[in-house]
Design a protein. Sequence first.
Length: 384
Amino acid sequence: MSLSPDTGITNRRRGSSVGNINVGDTSVPGFSTMKVSAVQRKKLDDRIQALSRESRSDSAILRKVWIAYKELTFRHTWVNPFLIMGLTFGVYWFGDPNTVLHEYLAKMVSVSYHIEGTDQEFLMCCVFRPAAYILGVRKQAKVKRFMEQTYSMFYYGLLGPFGLWVMSRGPLWFFETTPFYLEYPHKTHDWYFKVYYLGQAAFWVQQSVVLVLQLEKPRKDFYELILHHIVTIALIWCSYRFHFTWMGLEVYVTMDVSDFFLSASKTLNYLDSPLAGPFFLFFVFVWVYLRHYINLKILWSVLTEFRSVGEWELNWDTQQYKCWISQPIVFGLLFALQLLNAYWLFLIFRILYRYVVGGVAADERSEDEEEDEETTKTETKKDE
């Protein structure tokens, strides 16, 4: 397919729909891309010869089925993990929840939320739960909420400053947008950038699994959270695959820093601290500045600088994707994220109004704590 020069689009490479995807640092190595050794090639030839032989007995046919399966999994390395995950989740979802097997599967499926010895479970059980009792939190529902929020404070308290530091090491400081496009594509990154970016990606994938499996009690904004995770995962994947990682870094930082103050505000509220009110007011300022002002600034740059700054073309060979196709996709995903943040800002303002008028500051997203406490008591009686 040939296009006129003024379109800014070059022809695709023949033989591949996406060009040379192995160029640059965005190629993710896996089992399927590992170098095949001489021993593996020999085994491959042996399997091919075994499959070509004529089979007369039942045992020979069964052996050929096994060899075919090994050949399939050698060529398609995703098959075995897929089968293991499918079997595990299938037994977990459709099995009897009262069996010992289901109990062990629940620990496997819930990953870091219930497997003893993981960092999150260790911190919650050995640090944050004792801290809750020391600070006077007694009700089980509040203790659980306190543990969740203090862990969030711990996580975002580390990742937020780390993200700011990563951003300060380049031309993006302080939330500059022109470098997004001036130096595009950004195909190579240093170690710190990758640790932050890919570590965050792993965290959001894990959070998505927790949300989809409903390992935590759904909140009032459960469907908004699902949509938020879908948009976030799409943004992370697209930004890393198509080299918009500098833009993604700034979005990450706005989320991490504001989430730290959100968790801290909730924690102070659970502790009935006199600082809860003033801190909540400060949190509102941080939220509006980072999640709306900065993100709207990024959105505006997509409309004004995306095309005018830097190269503007679609070239699969050089992995140049800043073009007429990517602009509406980038804007659409960021705009969807902004709409979700606007929904939560509405809830935040409603909390703020109630606090200013009636002196009440509560989490609009959480279910009623008395209901949680009653559920906890019911579950305790069942366990007894």
